[in-house]
Design a protein around this ligand. Structure first.
Ligand SMILES: Cc1ncc(COP(=O)(O)O)c(C=O)c1O
Length: 381
């Protein structure tokens, strides 16, 4: 049997990873400035994480949601402490798309409405509902058609006003900072207007913090810098540092109904242990602060590169570098970063390089990337 080839693969066989470094089978060390799509939050193979998961496995790894699981309660308490949403309730699942799908379902159940407002350049996942919400027709099959979704641009106040004038929405869904769409963020004014429209029309505001959340931007959730509250916040990626876990924080305005949501694997002991350890390490190692500090340092240094970069966007360790040259065409910056600089990065479309390193990245490690980029842009003027 062969694999169903839907991924563009780099020919690297990683056999070990520690902190922000991945080592391949030839012994080459790569600096991880991508965190496997923003997943590695506290660093690869963090000793406390390895120990906690190994210990947990020796006790109990899985049983279904048919019995009480005190680790879920413990995780809810830890999230109440760190998230800024002490009164929201926690529902656990396995991935980002599943978190968003559940969020939309809840908003629809509670309002009795089906229509959702979303944003152009968004990415919310690949399940049926989330793919319909994602502004990319190439990943939407005919089977995914039929959802009632309207798309508007970030910061288009007129379109926002017009949309609410025309339709009753169950929910608006927006990323804290658009990730796949190129590290783009709505203004504080727009976020406040969005909150205001949702409140006045009894529409739920869903903040997709799957990529931008869990401390990555220096606050626990990216939208918190706008000073607004969301009705549902969805999380995944950095939550388990590589262990698959997703979740929703759900406002007290929702009435839980037995059987309305459910999952086989969601909230299992290993997932909870992973998520609890991530929070513990984030707190003891002050990683949100590190994300803020090292992120600002990187952004400032990148902005000083005099040629080749048209814009540097983002906050904390969620950074987009808009380059003047197509990243895919030779000499390709992204390939040179990987094969010559031994640095993993991501991309959003042909012109945007995406940096999503583990939150423990150091200034010394950042300097390696910055020096490589300075030299690359200088020699490719
Ligand atoms: C903002 C956002 N939402 C949802 C998802 C989907 O998450 P998952 O791949 O875990 O289903 C992603 C994945 O990239 C994402 O970036």
């Amino acid at each position: 049997m062969s694999l169903y080839p839907v991924y563009k693969l780099w020919n690297i066989n990683a056999v070990k990873a520690t902190g922000c470094v991945i080592t391949d089978d030839a012994g080459i060390d790569y600096l991880d400035f991508y965190g496997g799509h923003a997943v590695i939050s506290i660093g690869h193979s963090h000793p406390e994480y390895v120990q906690a998961l190994s210990n947990q496995l020796q006790h109990i790894g899985f049983y279904s949601n048919a019995i009480v699981n005190p680790l879920q309660e413990e995780l809810a308490e830890a999230l109440a402490r760190i998230s800024g949403y002490p009164h929201h309730r926690l529902f656990l699942c396995n991935s980002g798309a599943e978190a968003n799908e559940n969020a939309l379902k809840l908003a629809s159940f509670q309002t009795g409405r089906a229509r959702v407002l979303a944003f152009r350049r968004s990415f919310h996942g690949r399940t049926s509902g989330t793919v319909a919400l994602t502004d990319d027709p190439s990943i939407r099959a005919p089977f995914n058609a039929g959802h009632l979704i309207d798309f508007i641009d970030l910061d288009d106040f007129d379109a926002l006003h017009a949309a609410f004038g025309q339709h009753d929405y169950a929910a608006v869904i927006i990323e804290g900072i658009q990730g796949v769409g190129g590290i783009r963020e709505a203004s504080v004014g727009f976020m406040k207007a969005l909150r205001d429209h949702c409140t006045r029309h009894n529409t739920f505001l869903i903040l997709d913090e799957i990529q931008s959340g869990y401390g990555r931007t220096g606050t626990f959730f990216a939208h918190q810098s706008a000073g607004i509250k969301a009705d549902i916040i969805t999380m995944a990626k950095g939550m388990g540092n590589g262990f698959p876990v997703g979740g929703l924080l759900i406002s007290p305005d929702f009435t839980p109904i037995a059987g309305q949501l459910g999952t086989t694997f969601g909230g299992n002991y290993l997932a909870c242990r992973a998520a609890l350890t991530v929070i513990k390490v984030m707190e003891t190692e002050n990683l949100m602060n590190n994300a803020r500090e090292v992120g600002s340092y990187i952004i400032e240094k990148l902005q000083q590169i005099p040629f080749g970069i048209s814009q540097v966007r983002g906050r904390g360790l969620m950074i987009g570098i808009e380059t003047e040259r197509d990243l895919r065409k030779g000499p390709s910056l992204r390939e040179d970063l990987l094969w010559k600089g031994h640095i993993f990065t991501g991309a959003s479309g042909p012109y945007i390089l995406r940096l999503l390193p583990p939150l423990c990245i150091t200034k010394e490690q950042a300097n390696k990337l910055i020096t490589f980029l300075e030299q690359w842009y200088t020699s490719h003027r």
